[in-house]
Structure formats: C-alpha cells, structure tokens
Design a protein around this ligand. Structure first.
Ligand code: ASP
Ligand code: MG
Length: 413
C-alpha cells in the first residue's frame, strides 16, 4: 500500500482537482491511501470565521463566501453536481447548527470543530469526482481512526489505539481521507497543528506499514533553499531521514517537522514530487548519506523575536534559572529556536505563534531586564564552508552561532 498526500495547492480549484486524475493515471490507483488537505486557503478563511465568532461579529458572510467558492468548483467539475452540492450544503448546515448551539468558551475547542470543515469539503469533492472519473474509491472519515488526546489545535496521537483501528481496515483498496484531523475520546474533532496533513499521511503510512509515502507538491521536490527568498535553488535528490529531520527542524517549509519520525521508525521511503510533473525524479528521503548532491542548504524563519534577558541583580545565568525560564516558555507554547548565554545575559530567538510573549515578559520582569527585538529573521546554513560563512550577507546581523556543520544568523531586515 502506498500513501499519497495532496496539499491545499494541489486542490485549490477545479483545474487542480482534474490534474489529480493525471497524477493517478501515471501512478495507478490500486492500493492507495490518499490524504487531502483543505482546498487552497480554506483553513485560513475558517480561522477567520472562528475569530469573528468569538468577537461576536457577523461570521455568516465569511461562511457564505467559503461555501460559494466550493460550489463554484463543483459546478465546474461535475456534469450533475446536485448530489455533491447537497453534501456540501449539509456540512455547512451542521457547522452553522454547532455555532448556534455552542456554549463552550474554549477557543481552541471551537477552532477545531470549525476548521475541520475544510478537509471534509475537499475530500467529499475529490472522492466523488474521482468516482465519477471511474477511479473507484472509498471515502473515509479519518476521525474514526486517528485518536488523539483533547489538546485542541495540537492533538497528541494515541498511537496504540490509532494503529489498532487502522489495522481493522481491509486493504488493497483505494481510500480517500482527510489530513490534519483526528478525534478525542468523546469524538470531538481535534487538529494536529497547521500544515498537519503531511503528518497525517505519515501516521497512516506507519500504522499500515506502507510501501512508501509521496507528497505531491507545486515544487519539484525538496530544494536546498526556499525559492521565495533565494534566487538560485538546487533540487536535493536524496536526503537521509536524519538530514530531513534537521532541515524540517530549522524550518524548511516543504517538510513538516513531525512527519519524519513515523516514517523513519518503520523505514518507509518518502518521496516529495511535483504534481505538475509526476514522472520527474523529485526527492527521495530514506536511509543513506546525508544528502545528494552535497550542497549547502539555506533555511529562513521569519517573524522571530530576539529576547535578551539580563539578571537585574547581576547574578550568573545558572542552570536553575534557565530551567525556570524554559518551563514558563513551554507552558505558554513559545518556541525557542536558538539560545546563547553569557555570564549574566541569555539571548533567545523565539517563535510566538499564540502571542504570549508579553505574558512571559510580565512574569519575569522583576528578575531580568529585557531587550525585545521584534520581527527578526533566523537564517540557518547547513553544510556551509568558510567562504560562504564569510560572505553570506543579509540585513543587519544581530547574532551568529556555529554548531558543527550548521551556521545560524539572526538578522534585522
Ligand atoms: N488545511 C490545513 C492547513 O492549512 C492542513 C494542511 O494543509 O496540511 O493548515
Ligand atoms: Mg493547507
């Protein structure tokens, strides 16, 4: 069995959905598990609905807009769209019903019950369309299989339950299911974190001991640099699991950080390929040398914060102080991407997805004076050489750190 994952860009409009047929024709569609994300930017639009709902503003218009987008796509895809239109209608009615009845003030809980609509819509549409094109498939509600705890927006997978459930499925078929979603013990929807569909595909591949997993993207594979920020890029044809984990950790956006572990554990080969050129080589991630061709890799993380803490009483930055600070950061879900300490100061490069940094600073205000440099970028250069280290120049450099073959630079741009 092979696992295929199609992301938002590969199902963003009717033309892209039609293109999936071409990809499947080139690969065959027997014994496939297909994982699909929400269409285009649907998840962002649904996040907006949640925000409006909590701010007690009109969310109806936004929902109508999302519904209209999907209706337009099915109009273009189906000769007789009535049946799929009715399914779409029902999904929106259910969501509206939930929002009117809901009493929970828990933002993250409501978020998950709302944003899941994106994947429900995309999978219903793609599954029906493929059936109509003669590619017989079975639509699955992934929430009946991927079981998580009740950490809404960051569900932690219960591996033993999940594996057991997947292993009850009859194999040899073509399944179409949602990425990103799971369910807790009470059958409430959970999500696995933004861009979590790759992780879903890896979970399924692991549970079913898949022969391989392929992510179909709008880029030729994993490149040595993000083409949005770098002019010249090179396709990495082969990467080891360990190198892929490193690249994902430092922020290479094509690889979702949680994806690698379930694949490495079962030694499942992982391919990143272009849905526009399904026959092209793409990237293979498996055991072996770190990367081929062996070129420097450039990764950038934007929207970082550089926070420099200095002890107010001029005492040393000791292990117990660092430990207390990290405990607090972890509690507030603030991610530390780099740290550097000296006698009385500690510099932290932080990612603050949930905007909790002011809360953190407030809590530490009496122990440290703080310098907060907002919106900096963190550049990571893997496999760099001395010449590159010397000549790499971006914005105004604030901090530089080298650990073995990895150079990291924080800059103000
Ligand atoms: N639709 C979800 C998101 O946009 C999951 C994914 O695309 O992987 O975050
Ligand atoms: Mg997406």
């Amino acid at each position: 069995m092979k696992v295929f994952k199609f992301g938002g860009a590969s199902v963003k409009d009717a033309g892209s959905v039609k293109n999936i047929v071409k990809v499947l024709e080139s690969q065959g569609c027997e014994d496939i598990f297909m994982v699909i994300s929400a269409m285009g930017k649907t998840t962002n639009a649904l996040e907006e609905v949640v925000r409006l709902y909590f701010e007690r503003l009109d969310y109806g218009l936004k929902l109508d807009e999302i519904q209209q987008n999907h209706q337009n796509i099915v109009q273009e895809l189906f000769q007789h769209p009535e049946s799929i239109q009715a399914k779409i209608h029902q999904l929106f009615d259910e969501l509206k019903g939930f929002l009117t009845r809901n009493q929970s003030p828990n933002y993250d809980f409501v978020y998950d019950q709302v944003v899941c609509l994106g994947e429900m819509l995309s999978t219903k549409i793609v599954s029906d369309f493929l059936n109509e094109m003669g590619m017989q498939n079975t639509w699955l509600d992934v929430r009946a299989y991927i079981k998580t705890d009740a950490t809404y927006r960051e569900g932690k997978v219960d591996w033993s339950k999940t594996t057991e459930l997947f292993q009850q499925l009859s194999l040899g078929k073509f399944y179409v299911t949602q990425g990103f979603l799971g369910a807790d013990d009470h059958f409430f929807t959970t999500t696995l974190g933004r861009e979590g569909s790759d992780y879903t595909a890896a979970i399924i591949a692991n549970c079913l001991n898949a022969e391989s997993m392929t992510i179909w993207k709008d880029v030729p594979g994993v490149l040595n640099a993000d083409p949005r920020y770098f002019d010249e890029t090179i396709l990495l044809e082969k990467i080891s699991y360990a190198e892929a984990i490193e690249l994902a950790y430092y922020g290479a956006s094509v690889i979702h950080p949680k994806t690698m572990q379930p694949l490495r554990q079962k030694q499942i080969p992982f391919y990143v390929k272009s849905f526009l050129a399904p026959e092209a080589v793409g990237t293979t991630v498996e055991n072996g040398g770190s990367l081929f061709p062996k070129v420097p890799c450039f990764i950038v993380k934007k929207e970082q914060h550089l926070l420099t803490l200095t002890t107010t009483d001029f005492t040393f930055i000791t292990e117990d102080k660092i430990s207390a600070l990290f405990k607090e950061l972890s509690k507030l879900k603030i991610k530390v991407n780099l740290m550097q300490s000296s006698a009385i100061t500690l510099s932290l490069c932080l990612e603050d997805k949930y905007e909790q940094l002011p809360v953190f600073m407030e809590g530490q205000g009496d122990k440290y004076t703080m310098d907060w440099e907002k919106n900096v970028s963190l550049y990571t250069l893997r496999h760099f050489d001395a010449d590159l280290a010397q000549h790499f120049q971006r914005g105004e450099e604030l901090l530089r750190q080298i650990i073995k073959n990895t150079l990291q630079i924080i800059v103000r741009e």
